[in-house]
Design a protein around this ligand. Structure first.
Ligand code: SIN
Length: 492
């Protein structure tokens, strides 16, 4: 990364909590380090928040709610449009900041900025389209109608894999709906979120409407538990593991909060023998190696029909062997470091376990220690089977296990043989098969002859233990609204 670009990224760095329109150190005064996953160097020391900071953020959000909900939708839309413009104007610097703290290559990081910004623009428009209904009455003398109202204070808890896009697609619909927000970004990547909050403030988001606290992995439960126990926080929106999602669902039951949970996946990718194999290889590369495989919708299990298995494997391996791994700052890098040591250890454990259970390493299959401690080679494994840990657990890294199958129903059964149901993909050129398989797959998102599914206009979310609620699209506001039914009598 050029010194100028790194300097422009560093100019966006904020290290305190943002509460009630002010940058404040945590009440304990403690801090924790944010590091560059490529080198381990410390980028900044940010506030180590606890329950008192979380409560202060909820106080501010709660105080700001009545005035914010009373703003006109077009006023909220105008502020969101200014925020969008500020994000776009800072694309290069924000992209560099994402690369620094998360490790994705610069071009991909800039793509994330544009992707995240698209949700802000989308929900600026949606803010003005929150319609109610007039219900045809079935009782004389009564008029029945509905209005949609903001749910109240929203707690947004976001992951590290898309430090900008995930928080933007939670905050934008919340603000558009008239809700106020308390947010906590992932401990590995708080700097992009803090920068985003500064830009929102500059764009005119009033004090208290958007608040953000940071906390390390160990301290996070204190902040989140304070929100879980707080009856003023009416909704939690979370992207992360199914284990944490279940904890939030259990613990928010005490105050019956509304929940949106975008949780883990274990996406199947099926290649039928009538598929365009080159298109399937390209689709798999796009879906699997985005963010180095650290994406909830990444294919985790690749099922290939036996009569095209060898051909597909050979073409895939040729392309995977060409992928360039290196630091985000190197313009030729296509895959950067994994986020941290635990992530690389899990990938290595999955590959070792697969090999012990009979998998063959066709490409990669090793750490790239010469580059740094968090790099893992893009990997293709042949002869994958159900007993392997990578079949049941999300690897969250650049590993493609290939499973062979014979019949369509066998592939669908194996694809659905998981508690998760976020994304699923398949390649086929047979229209009747396309109808059958899209109906049979248990997933919230299905890619048909397509590996790149993300769009602000489309609903993102899962079924089964991948969670509930939808982000983006015209459905994305519903999770931040409640329906009020008005019944006016005495009209006969
Ligand atoms: C995720 O990995 O959770 C988000 C991926 C996306 O928005 O496509």
């Amino acid at each position: 990364m050029s010194l100028d670009l790194e300097a422009s990224a560093r100019a966006l760095i904020r290290t305190d909590n943002f509460i009630g329109g002010q940058w404040l150190a945590s009440q304990s005064g403690e801090r924790f380090a944010v590091t560059d996953p490529a080198t381990g160097r410390t980028l900044a020391e940010v506030a180590q928040s606890g329950a008192a900071d979380a409560r202060a953020a909820a106080d501010a959000a709660s105080r700001a709610f009545p005035a914010w909900r009373a703003t006109l939708p077009k006023e909220r839309a105008a502020i969101l449009r200014r925020w969008h413009a500020a994000i776009v104007a800072n694309e290069a610097a924000l992209g560099a900041l994402i690369s620094l703290e998360q490790g994705k290559p610069l071009a991909e990081a800039r793509g994330e900025v544009a992707y995240g910004a698209s949700y802000v623009a989308w929900f600026a428009d949606e803010a003005t389209r929150i319609y109610g209904d007039v219900i045809p009455t079935q009782q004389r003398g009564k008029r029945m109608s509905t209005v949609k109202e903001p749910v109240g204070v929203v707690a947004a808890i976001t992951p590290w894999n898309f430090p900008l896009a995930m928080i933007a697609r939670k905050i934008a619909p919340a603000l558009a709906a008239g809700c106020t927000v308390v947010a906590k970004p992932a401990e590995d990547t708080p700097l992009t979120a803090l920068a985003l909050v500064q830009l929102a403030h500059d764009a005119g988001v009033p004090p208290g409407v958007l608040n953000l606290v940071t906390a390390s992995r160990e301290a996070t439960p204190h902040t989140v538990d304070a929100w879980l126990a707080d009856s003023r926080v009416r909704k939690i929106t979370f992207t992360g593991s199914t284990q944490v999602g279940k904890h939030l669902a259990r613990e928010s039951a005490g105050t019956l909060k509304k929940l949106s949970l975008e949780l883990g996946g274990n996406a199947p990718f099926i290649v039928f023998d009538d598929a365009d194999l080159d298109a399937a290889v390209e689709g798999l590369l796009a879906a699997k190696f985005r963010n180095g495989g650290q994406t909830c919708v990444c294919p985790n299990r690749v099922y290939v029909q036996r009569d095209v298995y060898e051909t597909f494997a050979a073409r895939l391996c040729a392309r995977v062997a060409e992928l360039r791994v290196g630091p985000a700052s190197d313009p030729v890098s296509q895959i950067g470091p994994m986020i941290n040591a635990r992530a690389v250890d899990k990938i290595a454990r999955h590959v070792d376990d697969a090999v012990e259970h009979g998998a063959t390493v066709l490409v990669g299959g090793k750490r790239l220690e010469a580059l740094g401690p968090h790099y893992y080679a893009p990997t293709v494994l042949g002869h994958a089977s159900r007993e392997m840990a990578l079949c049941g657990e999300e690897t969250f890294g650049p590993v493609v296990p290939l499973f062979a199958f014979d019949q369509e129903d066998e592939a669908v059964t194996m694809a659905n043989d998981t508690p998760f149901g976020l994304a699923a993909y398949f390649y086929s050129q047979d229209l009747r098969r396309i109808e059958r398989v899209s109906a049979a797959l248990e997933a919230g998102i299905v890619g048909i002859n397509e590996g790149a599914l993300a769009s602000e206009a489309a609903p993102f979310g899962g079924v089964k233990e991948s969670g509930y609620g939808r982000e983006g699209s015209r459905y994305g506001l519903d999770d931040y609204l409640s329906i009020k039914y008005l019944c006016q009598g005495g009209l006969a």
